[in-house]
Ligand binder design. Structure first.
Ligand code: XMP
Ligand code: MG
Length: 182
């Protein structure tokens, strides 16, 4: 059992659970892309930890690349404004694209990204989201093909996810205590 960080209220997914989830997602992706050579695109910075684990759980040929977008700043609420901070280095025309995202909340970030990438003529664009945040009365703008786990409408940190660039290095997924960000 991991030691609980004093700013973390609860652990939602421990290291063993995360390993099982990633293995299951990797197996699904390996099966679906068995005869393809997808470009797996991680969205920086939150998705790097998930990406590093997921790519090693995929056993078909893949390429990898990274994009950086900015939508949250250092706060806890989505601004709805997406800015491309770093674009792909790879040409994606005719290529199968799998976007790897840490957490899907409103889906605004991803739906912008998907439209942008589709404009470049890829063969397909799918999404693997490690987490989907369940917000009552809210339907995300994007339906990911692969989902790791659903989490409640709270601020989630660890396993790549930050608050103001902190907590990314926690090895588990936890709920941040509200007094830390309020
Ligand atoms: P949208 O609303 O566009 O937001 O789907 C997705 C992006 O917002 C960030 N995000 C979070 N980051 N804890 C975080 O560390 C959270 O609880 C959280 N909710 C949303 C995340 O960067 C994601 O890409
Ligand atoms: Mg973030």
């Amino acid at each position: 059992m991991e030691a609980l960080h004093p700013d973390v209220k609860d652990i939602l997914l421990g290291e063993d659970e995360i390993r099982d989830i990633v293995a299951r997602m990797g197996a699904e992706i390996s099966q679906d892309y068995a005869d393809k050579n997808p470009l797996v695109v991680a969205v920086l910075r939150g998705a790097v930890v998930f990406m590093a684990d997921l790519m090693r759980a995929i056993d078909c040929p893949i390429g990898i690349d990274f994009m950086a977008v900015s939508s949250y700043g250092d706060g806890a609420k989505s601004s709805g404004v997406v800015r491309i901070v770093k674009d792909l280095d790879t040409k994606i025309e005719g290529r199968d694209i799998l976007i790897v995202e840490d957490i899907l909340d409103s889906g605004l970030t991803l739906s912008y990204l998907i439209d942008l990438l589709k404009g470049r003529g890829p063969a397909s664009v799918e999404v693997a989201a490690f987490l989907v945040k369940d917000v009552p009365g809210n339907t995300p703008a994007v339906a990911p093909r692969y989902v790791g786990a659903h989490v409640p409408d709270e601020f989630i940190v660890g396993y790549g996810l930050d608050f103001a660039e902190r907590y990314r290095n926690l090895p588990y997924i936890g709920i941040l205590k509200p007094e830390v960000y309020k």
